[in-house]
Design a protein around this ligand. Structure first.
Ligand SMILES: Cc1cc2nc3c(=O)[nH]c(=O)nc-3n(C[C@H](O)[C@H](O)[C@H](O)COP(=O)(O)OP(=O)(O)OC[C@H]3O[C@@H](n4cnc5c(N)ncnc54)[C@H](O)[C@@H]3O)c2cc1C
Length: 403
């Protein structure tokens, strides 16, 4: 006999757990089961990110990212305060060093204003020196509301709330296939079957596969991009007070390597963005034949490669040569030397790419009467997690006709 629930959520990352929490808040009578293959929640993207509570500067006004990030920053800070989770409103500088970067900085300022980002200010070199004494910039955007938090700690608190509301979190359980029936789904796992009336797919790096298991027609594939970090040596941490970012390339969904102070008390530099040869390829040597062959078979990947091959080569070069990574960091803090940096952790981004080679920028959430699928949730997905979870719970209530 299969275990039975009203709603099964696949994925115990920050979005799966937030969705479960919001669903149970709105519908306490539901039987909700979260299925997570890892031994704990937050083991993939959520536990390997930069820990930045973004303020909402970068995103196209009117996009889901803009809406959920601006509201999500506020709700995340309130949640952290309410549940005693360490966070720090340390602020962030986006710095321009060359005159040709100024129009893009101006565009970011306008976007931030349009999105209603709190306290955003364009500042000159003197103010930059007050905020970050070791940074050189001709102009910068100062976002005092940007903060840092440990998103794994946030996700564990979501899980606590889910369990307290009667939800179940089944850890160490890998979903292998899904059978759809007229009255629901049967989720097959390596620990038995889970029957449910409805399903929410928050499987991150594997979300496209879960959607395909349910026969959802989509033209997306997750292409994994590893982000590698260096850690700043303890005696050089004084070089960075908060968060220091470059002006990003407007054609790419990545923010450029930056300096991040984190709540655990150290300073990281990164992440870069290199194609990973495994969906969970956290180390350079990680290789999964099935994952990589799937990437190579996907026409969308080749279209991105044809367009962005120069960026791709530069990223690989920067990943392999610390001197190149250091040179990029020195554009922001000239005093940083290669010997100040030790190899740090890494994360893998689940970037959805369309068959035509479009790198999806906005969050993408598809729904049917049986399921809601989160198909693209890159940064600022963690910042926005309370808003995305609430939105998913709302979509689920509508699509699943929950009373
Ligand atoms: C390097 C990096 C830096 C980032 N920095 C930031 C930042 O500073 N601020 C910010 O807001 N966002 C940031 N992000 C984005 C943020 O981390 C993501 O938006 C967010 O974590 C997505 O959460 P998720 O729950 O969708 O995915 P995940 O955290 O990846 O969770 C998905 C879960 O599904 C599980 N799963 C998958 N397949 C199966 C299966 N078949 N069976 C059972 N379980 C399964 C996985 O084990 C995993 O735990 C960053 C991301 C990366 C990679």
């Amino acid at each position: 006999m299969a275990d039975s629930s009203d709603v099964v959520i696949i994925g115990g990352g920050v979005l799966g757990m937030s969705s479960a929490m919001h669903l149970l808040r709105a519908h306490p009578e539901l039987q909700v089961t979260v299925i997570e293959k890892g031994d704990d929640v937050a083991g993939q993207q959520t536990g390997h990110n930069s820990g930045v509570i973004h303020s909402g500067i970068y995103y196209r006004p009117g996009s889901l990212k803009a809406r959920f990030c601006v509201d999500g920053r506020r709700s995340m800070v309130e949640f952290a305060q309410e549940h005693d989770i360490a966070y720090d409103r340390c602020g962030k500088l986006i710095i321009a060093n060359r005159p040709e970067e100024l129009p893009r900085l101006e565009t970011l300022y306008e976007r931030g204003q349009a999105n209603g980002v709190e306290g955003l200010e364009m500042v000159g070199p003197e103010r930059v020196a007050e905020i970050e004494p070791h940074v050189t910039a001709i102009k910068a955007l100062w976002s005092p509301a940007t903060a840092i938090v440990d998103f794994a700690a946030v996700t564990r608190e979501y899980a606590t709330q889910v369990r307290a509301a009667g939800g179940r979190v089944e850890l160490g359980t890998l979903v292998t296939s899904i059978a759809t029936r007229a009255d629901g789904v049967v989720v097959q796992t390596d620990r038995g079957d889970y029957a449910a009336k409805h399903l929410i797919n928050c499987a991150g790096l594997h979300a496209d596969r879960i959607a395909s298991m349910m026969g959802v027609e989509h033209d997306l594939q997750i292409v994994p991009f590893r982000g590698e970090y260096y850690t700043l040596r303890k005696d050089r941490e004084h070089l960075v007070r908060g968060l220091i970012y470059p002006v990003p390339d407007p054609d790419l969904p990545f923010l450029g390597v930056h300096f991040t102070r984190n709540v655990k008390g150290y300073v990281e530099a990164g992440p870069n963005a290199v194609l990973a040869t495994a969906r969970e390829g956290y180390r350079k040597r990680d290789f999964d034949l099935g994952d990589f062959a799937e990437t190579l078979r996907f026409p969308g990947f080749w279209r991105v490669a044809a367009r962005e091959w120069r960026t791709g080569i530069n990223e690989v070069n920067r990943s392999l040569r610390k001197s190149v990574f250091t040179r990029d960091l020195q554009k922001m803090i000239p005093e940083v030397e290669a010997e100040d940096l030790t190899t740090g952790g890494s994360g893998v981004r689940a970037q959805a790419v369309r068959r035509d080679g479009t790198l999806l920028d906005d969050f993408a959430i598809e729904r049917t009467s049986q399921a809601v699928h989160v198909l693209n949730a890159p940064s600022p997905g963690a910042t926005s997690s309370l808003e995305i979870g609430k939105h998913i719970a709302g979509l689920a209530a509508e699509s699943f006709a929950l009373a």
